[in-house]
Design a protein around this ligand. Structure first.
Ligand code: G6P
Ligand code: MG
Length: 220
């Protein structure tokens, strides 16, 4: 029986992964190469500068540190433009319902995201108050698969790692959860997230977790 839930943001609570990838694609295009559909998985959950290095590596492009910072800023500007238009309707199916259900049952929740844009997104969605603790890329600089983001979330909630369940759509995030000593629920494609303890297609299917022995105990 778990005592706390920690949520990744992009691709778990909200459909922003598509905007991240579109912005990386545009950047690559500008540099003269094309990203393939399957490259998207490599970038999920990975911090901004690490993701940039991966993209440049895929294109075989070498740039100075200064140019790398400029490219990352350019990519982010396009991404921010896209997420500035998010509305509560852009939450992924079941996300709001699960957050509300956990809150009503007294189960503490945390956000564990590598994104520095998390505050903007949470405001656009209007769900800041449904998360007891917010750990984002401005709080913790080590990117997943480093477990620091999730460890910080558990610590702030005052819940032991083994009592935390992490919801993740990224391979790097599942690895980070395991390295933190937590249960990892993969959200998305089971063939991609095979390392997770359980995989559900989306948070709308969270009810089926009980069949896999994952339940939450709150203190209402
Ligand atoms: C999340 C996304 C990644 C993104 C990272 C940094 O983990 O899954 O694709 O690179 O956040 O996001 P940021 O908004 O700070 O560039
Ligand atoms: Mg994600």
């Amino acid at each position: 029986i778990a005592r706390a839930a920690i949520f990744d943001l992009d691709g778990v609570l909200v459909d922003t992964a598509v905007h991240h990838f579109a912005a990386w694609r545009a950047m690559a295009q500008g540099l003269g190469f094309t990203l393939a559909d399957e490259d998207e998985e490599l970038l999920k959950g990975v911090g901004r500068m690490d993701a940039l290095r991966i993209v440049l590596g895929l294109g075989g492009v070498e740039v100075s540190d200064e140019e790398a910072l400029r490219l990352a800023a350019e990519k982010n500007a396009q991404y921010v433009k896209a997420i500035s238009m998010l509305t509560p309707d852009d939450m992924l199916p079941g996300a709001l319902e699960l957050l509300r259900d956990l809150r009503s049952r007294g189960v503490p929740t945390a956000l564990g995201s590598a994104s520095r844009n998390a505050p903007l997104i949470l405001d656009r969605l209007g769900i800041r108050d449904l998360l007891d603790v917010i750990i984002d890329g401005s709080v913790v600089s080590q990117a997943k698969p480093d477990p620091a983001v999730f460890r910080a979330g558990a610590e702030a909630l005052g819940v032991a790692a083994e009592d935390c369940v992490v919801f993740e759509d990224a391979i790097a995030g599942v690895e980070a959860a395991h390295r933190a000593g937590m249960t990892a629920v993969g959200v998305g494609d089971a063939t991609v997230l095979g390392e997770a303890d359980v995989v559900i297609p989306g948070l709308h299917a969270a009810g089926s977790l009980a069949d896999h022995g994952i339940t939450f105990e709150g203190s209402p």
